[in-house]
Design a protein around this ligand. Structure first.
Ligand code: SAH
Length: 358
């Protein structure tokens, strides 16, 4: 189906905007609320299928909006139940969304950019740089796609897919407000986590948005030299500034901050690194998520430490009073794990399908 690109995208509109549109079509305002509910509560994005509306309004609405900003190009499920969507965008770009089921949780991992300008050495998303920011509809719809698949609302959202969320904060904040809207998905802010490899001023700007979300900071090094080896594009700016900004976030929002630390053998995993990191973070309402490196094709020379070494690192942080979790990897076999959402796949179309377990 082709749509006039100048028509507003329904999944990117606030209830107020939908109401205004519907009034412009000669209807009473509450019809707009019905449309918003159809999209965000029922997962029904096609006006022609919104049976709460009159046939006439369905027709007029259909002519006035583009229903969605994405199409499902490919969907695959890993042996552990992790499901990945490859979504096609109007300009031909592609973006990936991942659903990670874990017990009674269903966590959606959302992308915010096509590619990424930050080049963490171990991350596939940054290899080809940034193509463009996603729009509000393109971000928000990723969760809608998962809701349509589950026929239920997912339980958690982590903004940890492709891209640097805080470099696309305006569109992201609008998407978060759509997810949270009580007339629709009614998603609780405390079940949303935004992850950043950014800077202190970027974190301060997030605080100003007052979204109520959790913050995860990708630190990867306890000192400037180590962090810049792993994130060479990170602006001059000290690790301590970043930790201060995270501490301000925790203080102002009342929410503990997660520091993400990808463990790379020989780079940031020594006893000394653990010592410095522990002393830096203790007593700050910050806990640590240790992520053993997930291998990526462009850097075959990088490895995760052994399980023994990773556990020793975690234990030292705990001894220094820093609550620490050692993460296990999910979705590895369908390249849906952290850092594997690559622009290469995202722009050149689906890779050959993976064989499925019988
Ligand atoms: N740009 C944001 C969000 C996307 S990355 C950020 O950096 O926080 C989400 C998390 O996955 C980050 O902590 C990132 O460092 C981690 N990650 C990236 N590549 C990885 C890899 N190869 N193995 C393990 N974790 C990785």
């Amino acid at each position: 189906m082709s749509h006039d690109v100048k028509l507003p995208v329904l999944t990117g509109m606030t209830p107020e905007e939908v109401r205004e549109l519907v009034v412009g079509l000669g209807e009473r305002p509450f019809r707009g609320d019905q449309v918003f509910r159809a999209v965000w509560k029922d997962g029904q994005t096609y006006p022609e299928a919104m049976t709460t509306l009159s046939k006439e309004l369905r027709g007029r609405l259909k002519a006035a909006v583009t229903p969605t900003a994405t199409t499902v190009v490919e969907q695959e499920t890993s042996d552990d139940g992790t499901t990945k969507w490859l979504l096609g965008l109007a300009d031909g770009a592609r973006v990936e969304t991942v659903l990670i089921p874990e017990g009674d949780r269903a966590t959606v991992c959302v992308s915010t950019q096509v590619g990424c300008p930050i080049r963490c050495v171990f991350c596939a998303s940054g290899v080809r740089g940034l193509l463009r920011n996603l729009t509000t509809a393109e971000i928000a719809e990723q969760v809608l796609r998962v809701q349509q698949h589950l026929r239920a609302r997912p339980t958690n959202i982590v903004v940890m897919g492709m891209g640097e969320p805080l470099l696309n904060l305006t569109a992201l904040a609008a998407a978060i407000r759509l997810w949270e809207h009580e007339a629709g998905m009614d998603f609780g802010a405390r079940r949303i986590t935004v992850s950043t490899a950014g800077t202190a001023p970027m974190i301060d700007r997030l605080v100003e948005q007052d979204l109520g979300v959790h913050l995860a900071v990708s630190l990867h090094g306890p000192d400037d030299a180590t962090r810049r080896r792993l994130i060479p594009t990170s602006p001059e700016g000290r690790v301590t500034d970043l930790v201060e900004a995270a501490t301000r976030f925790a203080r102002k929002t009342g929410r503990d901050v997660t520091v993400e630390y990808v463990l790379v053998a020989g780079e940031n995993d020594s006893a000394e690194h653990a010592e410095t990191l522990g002393r830096l973070l203790t007593g700050r309402h910050i806990h640590v998520n240790l992520i053993p490196l997930n291998p990526v094709a462009h850097r075959p020379d990088l490895h995760a430490p052994t399980g023994l070494a990773s556990r020793a690192f975690a234990r030292r942080l705990e001894e220094l009073g820093v609550p620490t979790r050692l993460r296990t990897q999910r979705g590895d076999d369908i390249h849906a794990a952290c850092g594997q959402l690559a622009l290469e796949r995202a722009v050149s179309g689906p890779a050959s399908p993976q064989p499925r377990a019988p």
